[in-house]
Design a protein around this ligand. Structure first.
Ligand code: MOS
Length: 761
């Protein structure tokens, strides 16, 4: 009898393909039947941030070996047929048509594209394209440019609101009436997603009005729809294949300019076209996390009980594509109980590359501010940081007043403190020294929203060889989504994992959940269970109606399905044998629509981070030496992949706290760093062993009822919450708080680099 794979340490079903290089990423596809035809594109980008192109000289590029075409703004040598995007896909597509006008809106914008026989020929010719401009001074400073209200948050709630206790006039009055007030201002520079796989696209036209696109996408359906609109095609005539993806993190939510350009060139040339961005181009053409200023003010009693929380922010609104950053959302407006709350998000319009959500898009930066301020409050009140958070624990959501569907945050603190050995810390800053190293510990809370999502579908097929195929058009960014689909299918059908084939990453499959907002898993598992339930019902219907079945003429409700076998009337048969007996190769059913939100509850994931750092007294070098994260993420589907996601999130936090930033040159609007030598991300030497615990408390009201166990279908994968982002929320603050405990130095501008620290050591 197979044991359910749910919650076990399961290797990725595509792990071997990946480590042997057999998995084909977007830039690896060869369009086999037309390989000899394949042409290669390379983009040329602008060297001003704002203004107009007056001339582009393409003569040298055109004369270069192997060059087929040079497309350039403002006077396209060969005009590419591209259109604006309206309606549903607009929010996921850049709001200008690339290469169609002379306007330059950011430094690094695509202004020309060379297509040649080989990638090297295209790249070399692209280097020969020169442009002249009528430049205007770019708007680059969030401090100096006018601010506009950010508008609604990602979940549609207001980004600016006040909740005041009866009789309290304003948040300022509430703060003034508090015994202890902490006020702190935080800055962070631009950060980048830095997916391991560069953006790459292959466009293959099957017919004049039908195209297949190979590209990494987090929301395949929106990506394909945007392409259809850009190319003037019927939506069903764009097929997007996005099977293996080397990291999304928000950078593949949007249809950027590269994909439509490659597809339009392929159409015009009548050849498949591949376009791979360089690492440098990734820094301007595929989004970034906005730079940001935040001010947090906390008012509390002497015992540290919060009376007022105020969290204000100013972020970017790039003149083209903008992610509306609202860092108080799901941090200060959700985490702690407080009678008085003020949150407010402002944006400044800038001439810089388009920004996009980046892992924990509001929550990672927002929690750095809130959780650092909470540490400052702990110091100001003399209350232990864990105890301070317990004293302000919320049992209902501060804004909506609703209870959580499932919340085990107190247990996260308790388990984490115990595992980490929190009680052994010295609460006095700069009191622990080991040779030239100062060391200390810090902690912070993690919170990330979850929501029921609908509108997607899963198909389960039972085959006559006793295997099953579970299909849904979601994408796997490297998270293990494919394996999650297989595990959920194996559990639902009660058959071994090896007999389940997951099928994802193709918009011709049933519409799959977007791989965004840590929601792919909890959007998908209920559909897998439901499709399995439907296909089992259909199997029974066939069993009682079809010639060749031993149950022909019996009643379907007298049959019982268990672990791949149909039982009834003293007989048993596997589904494969039954299908063979009735002359069928397979039977398939899709999930039913539904799964609407359950009213009266709110959903979040929670966690607690505990961290130890060592700071070199002489060089200011900070090393993270221990890290424990305890996460309340609902039912765990795959303990191995889940741990990897949380570890990856903490590593993002290490980058956020200590390494990652890009400087925007105020005069030119150029992002100064554009390689992995000058944009630093954590490498193995920066990362200690990260101890991760998942509480594995199912959240049934997020994914639908768990069932009573009497059903034919396995329901162990229900109650999961996605966990891609929770690890990166709060982890940077835990590190900063540990740096303070080690050194007595509070730095509110991240990354905390040696040059900033050393001044104070
Ligand atoms: Mo995410 S920042 O929803 O990829």
């Amino acid at each position: 009898m197979p044991r359910s794979p749910v919650g076990r340490e399961i290797d990725r079903v595509d792990g071997r393909l990946k480590v042997t290089g057999a998995a084909e990423y977007s830039g690896d596809y060869r369009a086999p039947e037309r390989a000899a035809d394949l042409a290669h594109a390379h983009l040329v980008t602008s060297t001003i941030a704002r203004g107009t192109i007056t001339r582009i000289d393409t003569a040298a590029a055109l004369a270069s070996p192997g060059v087929l075409r040079v497309y350039a703004a403002p006077e396209p040598i060969e005009r590419l047929a591209l259109y604006g995007v309206t309606g549903q896909a607009a929010g996921f597509t850049e709001p200008y048509i690339p290469l169609q006008t002379a306007a330059v809106r950011f430094y690094g914008q695509a202004i020309a594209m060379v297509v040649a026989e080989t990638p090297e020929q295209a790249r070399d010719a692209a280097a020969l394209v020169t442009a002249t401009y009528a430049a205007q001074p770019p708007r680059t400073s969030i401090a100096d440019e006018p601010h506009v209200p950010a508008g609604p948050t990602i979940s549609g709630s207001p980004s600016s609101l006040d909740i005041l206790a009866p009789g309290v006039e304003s948040i300022d009055a509430a703060l003034a009436a508090s015994d202890v007030v902490v006020e702190a201002e935080f800055h962070q520079n631009v950060q980048h997603h830095v997916g391991m796989e560069p953006h790459a696209v292959l466009a293959v036209w099957e017919e004049p009005d039908r195209v297949t696109i190979y590209a990494g996408a987090q929301i395949p359906a929106a990506y394909a729809l945007g392409m259809a609109q850009r190319l003037g095609l019927l939506p069903q005539n764009v097929r997007l294949i996005t099977k293996y993806v080397g990291g999304g993190f928000g950078a593949r939510v949007v249809l950027w300019s590269d994909t439509p350009l490659a597809a339009a060139a392929a159409r015009e040339l009548g050849r498949p076209v591949r376009l791979v961005l360089t690492r440098e181009q990734m820094f301007t053409l595929t989004g970034h996390r906005s730079h940001l200023t935040q001010t947090v003010r906390l008012g509390a009693s002497r015992r540290g009980v919060l009376n007022a929380v105020s969290h204000r922010s100013i972020a970017e609104r790039p003149s083209t594509m903008s992610f509306t950053m609202t860092p108080a959302h799901s941090t200060s407006d959700a985490l702690y109980r407080t009678p008085n709350l003020h949150v407010d998000a402002q944006l400044a319009v800038l001439d810089i590359p388009g920004s996009r959500a980046m892992r924990g898009p509001n929550e990672a930066p927002g929690s750095f501010a809130l959780e650092t301020a909470m540490d400052e409050l702990a110091i100001a009140t003399g209350v232990d940081p864990v105890e301070l958070r317990l004293r302000n624990h919320a049992t209902t959501h501060p804004v909506s007043g609703l209870p959580w569907s499932s919340k085990h945050l107190e247990e996260c603190y308790r388990v984490g403190a115990e595992r980490f050995g929190w009680s052994a810390r010295s609460s006095r800053p700069r009191s622990r020294v080991d040779g030239q190293w100062l060391y200390g510990t810090g902690m912070a809370t993690a919170i990330y929203p979850a929501a029921r999502r609908t509108g997607f579908a899963v198909r389960v097929q039972l085959r006559n060889d006793d295997t099953a195929v579970v299909s849904t058009g979601t994408s796997d960014l490297g998270t293990g989504a494919t394996t999650m689909v297989a595990i959920s299918g194996a559990d639902a059908l009660g058959i071994p994992l090896a007999r389940v084939t997951p099928e994802i990453g193709d918009t011709y499959l049933p519409p799959g959940a977007p791989a965004v907002g840590s929601s792919g898993t909890h959007a998908t598992v209920p559909l897998v269970v439901d499709a399995a339930r439907n296909v089992i019902a259909e199997l029974k219907r066939l069993a009682v109606t079809r010639d060749g079945s031993p149950w022909q003429g019996a009643a379907a409700e007298d049959l019982r399905y268990e672990r791949g076998i149909l039982h009834g009337g003293g007989r048993s048969m596997t589904f494969g044998r039954l299908l063979t007996a009735i002359g069928s190769r397979g039977v398939d059913m899709e999930s039913s629509p539904g799964g609407d939100p359950i009213p009266g509850v709110i959903h979040h994931s929670f966690g607690a981070h505990f961290c130890e750092v060592r700071v070199n007294r002489f060089t200011g070098e900070t090393r993270v030496t221990r890290f424990t994260t305890v996460a309340d993420v609902g039912r765990v589907i795959n303990a191995k992949a889940a741990r990897s996601q949380l570890v990856g999130g903490v590593i993002f936090g290490i980058g956020h706290a200590l390494l990652e930033e890009n400087h925007l040159e105020l005069r030119t609007g150029r992002l100064a760093n554009s390689t992995l030598a000058d944009y630093l991300v954590p490498v193995n030497a920066d990362v200690p062993d990260i101890d991760v615990v998942m509480l594995d408390e199912p959240d049934p009201r997020l994914t639908g009822p768990l069932g009573d166990g009497s059903e034919d279908v396995g329901t162990r994968s229900l109650g999961a919450r996605g966990l891609g982002e929770i690890g990166t929320v709060g982890s940077a603050a835990a590190i900063g708080n540990a740096v303070f405990n080690a050194t007595g130095v509070r730095l509110r501008d991240v990354p905390i680099t040696p040059d900033k620290l050393i001044e104070h050591l």
